[in-house]
Design a protein around this ligand. Sequence first.
Ligand SMILES: Nc1ncnc2c1ncn2[C@@H]1O[C@H](COP(=O)(O)OP(=O)(O)OP(=O)(O)O)[C@@H](O)[C@H]1O
Ligand SMILES: [Mg+2]
Length: 579
Amino acid sequence: MPGLKKLFSLYRYIKPYKYEYALGLLFLLGSSSASLVFPKLLGQLVDLGNQGKLAQEINRIALILLVVLVLQSVFAYCRIYLFTHVTEKTLADLRQSAFNHIIRLPMKFFLYRRVGELNSRISSDITLLQDALTSTLAEFLRQLIIIIGGVSLLMVTSYKLTLFMLAILPVIMLLVVFFGRYIRNLSKQAQSQVADSNTIVEETLQGIQSVKTFTNEFFEMGRYKSKTIDIANTGIKNGKLRGAFSSFTIIGLFGTMVAVIWRGSQLLSAGELATGELFSFVIYTVFIGGTIGGMADVFSRVQKFIGATEDLMEIFNEPLEEVQEISELTADEVLRGNIRYENVSFAYPSRTGIQVLSDISINIRPGSLIALVGPSGAGKSTFVSLLMRLYDPVSGMILFDEKDNRDIPLSVLRSQMAIVPQDIFLFGGTIRENIAYGRPGATAEMIEEAARQANAWEFISQFSDGLDTLVGERGTQLSGGQRQRIAIARAVLKDPRILILDEATSSLDSESERLVQDALEKLMKSRTSIVIAHRLSTIRQADHILVMQEGRIVEQGTHEQLLQLTDGLYKNLSDLQFA
Ligand SMILES: Nc1ncnc2c1ncn2[C@@H]1O[C@H](COP(=O)(O)OP(=O)(O)OP(=O)(O)O)[C@@H](O)[C@H]1O
Ligand SMILES: [Mg+2]
């Protein structure tokens, strides 16, 4: 079974708790064995009564039965306690591993996966594993013990009757396996359909404002409806199969019982079997039959479990980005701020056919202010994504202080850069938390200072809760310009060697923009800065302006130099804006 290998890959997570788990298994063995002795003793009790034995002897057996009962209940408690204990710990480890893994995957992984899908990996798949580790595995082992132990005990009682029963049993077993296969496929299908429908709910709610402004409520309802109908259909198909399965087990179970009693009565009248023996035989047959019936359920749960494990392992097998925790940079690791692009070409992994950057070569001196301008879609944001090493160039290389960026530890590199991105993401907490994200552990004074420099203090201090004002989910309770200033404060607080501003002041009015611009100019003095702007007025004083078009640098120079180019792209843009 290919799933078996996957199951063993899970063993790594149970290993730290293997002794507790083994002890739990021992208790399981104990309680299952005890339940096996039960019919045997009951049969003896009947036989003793039948033979007109002394009350004393009857009481003795009854007492043993009572002891077995108590033992069994103690075993059951210990087993459940131990299994739950191990499972909860294992699951916590597994959840952490899954989250820790996903969060360290490279950006290109996220180009292909949707958030909802990854979310369900961590939540529902792992819950399935919980079910498997606590109850399913225990149930399966118990069934195995009952079947093997039960048959052995029956052999001792009457091999003739046992052989007769075994002639019927394997047929049922074969059908169980056969059915299980079908149920497995359907279960897997149902699981991925549920994940799909969750994605719709999640994305719709995240974009609820767009849904409403485009009056697309009915469109989304329709989308969700069709998914839920799919789920229902798969579920119903699954149910039909399970129903067929259960009718089959009823016939199998009762048929076997009738047959066994019929054959047993023959043996009884021939004097080859005692009444009590037939009695315990019938109970065992019910036990074993019921166990086989229950196996279908366990089987489908095991299949689900294997499906979930496979999906999870697929993510675990994705190679990680090499990020590590940075506390203090060594003198050697501190960037001076020189950046060189050498024949860099790039296409997004999800659209390899479209060249986004073509043969870019550029040298940026430490401490200089570089501006990137050009039409929308020219590749400006992509240029800085490569700088942050969110992606690697397809060809060419990027050097920091003449060192290949692939030779610099990723976290060392990124920890010295800060970006105010084009689409700002704020976390749902307070303004304070959002600014502090630039430097976890920053003091209140540092946060306030950063807010002042970003010209954000003015509006923050007007809120009655000040820095502790909640920003709403993804910052939706703030205006676009306020969000931008918080993002600038966050970058300022990080105090990076290289500062990147991607349309960082585009949502501000002219007055605020001028104020933020002044503050930013002071900040840019001591570091290498890269500014992307559509409004050319904001980048006049740049040391060097790169004009990009369709992934290439088509013009470069200072503002004055670029204006000299007759019919240049920069001059045209400038004429349009200042006309
Ligand atoms: N994650 C992505 N996957 C695939 N293609 C992308 C991705 N992001 C951007 N692109 C494509 O790369 C090209 C350059 O995009 P980029 O965001 O770098 O442009 P830009 O110059 O920043 O434009 P704007 O001024 O509108 O922000 C575009 O054609 C865009 O469609
Ligand atoms: Mg952009």
